[in-house]
Design a binder for this molecule. Structure first.
Ligand code: AKG
Length: 479
């Protein structure tokens, strides 16, 4: 349990759920949408098995009005609420820390409308990302972001954590593509910012407060998102290189040559590739003895990309900038290449436990921390230290895999990795959020004034602090 691993944590002075509360929730939701007993276990634990609470109840509203009724009630009673989407987060943000009631949005999974002219999709927050992808694909559109967890993660959770993902380099962040949202505030008021207009400069845009708020300011219930047209041509190259310097030179050339067509530029080091080969059994499609690999996705309405990438890679091979490469332009082959990259997190978890760091750094420094951490851990029982991630966006995933959680290993990495990131003006959380696990380290990326304003906002919008307590802010500072 989280409280055992973090003994300094104290449960906030929230009310305990009693039999009257249970009757109220059951009557409101019906027995099928009020979960209790053994089934609650999986909602209490995160995917990484690094944070787990002991909530006894999961509420699964189907409508915004039900969310509003629940929160109005919990607010009045002073019951703490943990908001949960697909529970695929990596910072312990979506699971309870103590006995918070879990409000799962998974039953709110209807598509409300899709406008083929504007490409604007409006849906409930519990829609699974992959279902939305398939839906808009049938209409000739794509979702403006993609994640390895697409089969499970939910759009409301994606917004709440401001998920970045694999195509941010081309389509930008959710702050840009989300046109509007509806959220229920801690006291049950429904805030309707479900704008579907591309342009609307009418004062503060409150939607931005909720994108990345990790459930601490309100429960996102509906989303309006701008979907781009499906590109007519897509190709993916998988390339091997001998040094990180060459990766950077190659990135610079790719960006110059393909600019707007570049939809992904992902880095994987040799340890990450070995982990996928060994633990998942997916073969590396090119020479598997190289130091670095990159996956380059190009997408365009013009087929020039297919011819030019071939020529471009041949030239890079001739000049020994790259050492091996393969290109795919058929959907099933493209999917296979993506599988290698997307399976890295799962493959590392198969060792037992993974310490995860998700940092943004200037490109020149992107990989430097990985050998640094290897050095620091060389006498400890570590299975793999690897670096991979969205090099195009300067976002490194540094993962350290071990058999189980170990305090000595943890303290050899933290806070060192955050101090290092902060020294180079990087971000200590590029796309995973702060959640529970990183709340202690918020100060490495935010100034005192910023944290102060954030707290003022939290206290104004949720003065009883019932929404996702113990998340984002270090506990001693907020409760
Ligand atoms: C990714 O694979 O892009 C992720 O965001 C997951 C990274 C991780 O598991 O550390």
């Amino acid at each position: 349990l989280t409280k055992d691993r973090f003994p300094y944590l104290k449960r906030g002075s929230y009310s305990m759920v009693d039999s009257t509360d249970i009757e109220y929730f059951k009557n409101l939701l019906g027995v099928n949408n009020f979960v209790t007993g053994e089934e609650v276990k999986s909602y209490n634990e995160d995917w990484l098995k690094s944070v787990s609470g002991f909530s006894k109840y999961v509420l699964k509203p189907k409508t915004t009005e039900q969310v509003s009724t629940i929160l109005k009630y919990c607010y009045k009673r002073g019951i703490a609420v943990c908001v949960q989407g697909g529970n695929t987060g990596l910072v312990g943000g979506s699971v309870p820390v103590f006995d918070e009631v879990i409000l799962s949005i998974s039953a709110m999974n209807s598509i409300i409308s899709f406008n083929k002219l504007s490409g604007v999709l409006v849906c409930q927050a519990g829609c699974v990302l992959e279902n939305l992808m398939n839906y808009v694909q049938n209409e000739g559109f794509i979702m403006p972001f993609d994640l390895g967890a697409k089969g499970t993660c939910q759009i409301g959770g994606n917004l709440a954590t401001n998920a970045g993902g694999l195509r941010l380099i081309k389509y930008g962040s959710l702050q840009g593509s989300v046109l509007g949202l509806q959220a229920v505030l801690a006291d049950g008021q429904i805030l309707d910012c479900l704008n579907t207009l591309k342009k609307d400069n009418t004062g503060y845009h409150l939607k931005h407060l909720f994108i990345g708020s990790e459930g601490t300011l309100g429960v996102i219930t509906k989303v309006a998102i701008q979907c781009p047209n499906s590109p007519k041509f897509v190709n993916v190259s998988f390339i091997g290189l001998e040094s990180f310097e060459k990766v950077l030179s190659f990135f610079s050339l790719v960006r110059k040559e393909f600019s707007a067509s570049l939809s992904s530029f992902e880095l994987m080091d040799a340890v990450a590739i070995k982990s996928v080969q060994k633990n998942i059994g997916i073969k590396c499609p090119i020479n598997d003895n190289l130091k670095f690999y990159v996956l380059v996705e190009l997408s365009s309405d013009n087929n020039y990309i297919s011819h030019s990438i071939q020529e471009f890679l041949e030239k890079a091979l001739d000049e020994e900038l790259i050492l091996d490469a393969t290109v795919a332009d058929q959907p099933s082959l493209i999917k296979n290449l993506w599988k290698i990259r997307e399976n890295i997190p799962e493959s590392l978890l198969r060792y037992g436990y993974v310490y995860k760091y998700d940092i943004t750094l200037p490109h020149e420094l992107f990989y430097e921390i990985v050998p640094e951490i290897r050095k620091r851990l060389k006498n400890l029982d570590v299975k793999a230290v690897c670096g991979y991630g969205h090099l195009g966006d300067g976002n490194l995933h540094l993962n350290v895999a071990t058999i189980e959680h170990n305090v000595e290993i943890a303290s050899a990495i933290e806070p060192y990795v955050y101090e290092w990131t902060s020294k180079y003006k990087g971000s200590i959380s590029a796309e995973h959020g702060i959640g529970f696990l990183k709340s202690k380290y918020l100060k490495y990326s935010k100034s005192n004034l910023e944290i102060d304003l954030m707290k003022k906002l939290k206290n104004t919008i949720d003065p009883k602090k019932i929404l996702n307590p113990y998340k984002i802010f270090p506990q001693d500072e907020i409760n």
